[in-house]
Design a binder for this molecule. Structure first.
Ligand code: FES
Ligand code: FES
Length: 158
């Protein structure tokens, strides 16, 4: 199959890949760039496990064709911590034990960060609605929601 050359950035780094027409951003991240923090759950846009930021918008990487990435900016879970310093959301997820198997966790962290970037003081209801597209089979959601609210409070200095 003919391959297409695309140039884009991932977490601020210039990136070039040769991709096939049917490869998704999720395929390229995991299989070509070996950034396996972004998970595949459903592959059909239903679970949120593959959530990443594309030009500042939260998207499902399984629904983005890699061939459309030319000149675009992708941010993944690998870009969330600064070196050894975890993002407050990551720290609070650990403190609240807001993960079990962890498959949903990178997508939820990326989605939660997108929420707090636009709304630093969300209500519990707003957190639950925002994360409604991120499915978790393990935690029952309460610990996740409380971790996000706690991280938000810490980031506000409350
Ligand atoms: S793997 Fe993309 S939404 Fe489920
Ligand atoms: S921790 Fe297992 S799916 Fe969420």
């Amino acid at each position: 199959m003919k391959k297409h050359h695309v140039s884009f950035t991932v977490n601020g780094d210039d990136t070039d890949v040769l991709c096939e027409a049917d490869q998704t951003l999720l395929d390229v991240l995991r299989d070509e760039l070996h950034l396996t923090g972004t998970k595949e759950g459903c592959g059909t846009g239903d679970c949120g496990a593959c959530s990443v930021m594309l030009n500042g918008r939260l998207v499902c990487a399984c629904l983005v064709l890699a061939g459309e990435l030319e000149g675009q900016a992708v941010e993944t879970i690998e870009g969330m911590a600064h070196g050894q310093e975890l993002h407050p959301l990551q720290t609070k997820f650990l403190e609240h034990a807001a993960l079990q198997c962890g498959v949903c966790t990178p997508g939820i962290l990326v989605a939660a960060k997108a929420l707090l970037d636009r709304n630093p003081d969300p209500s519990e209801t707003e957190v639950r609605y925002w994360l409604a597209g991120n499915l978790c089979r393990c935690t029952g959601y309460d610990k996740i929601v409380h971790a996000v609210l706690d991280a938000a409070a810490e980031m506000r200095g409350a």
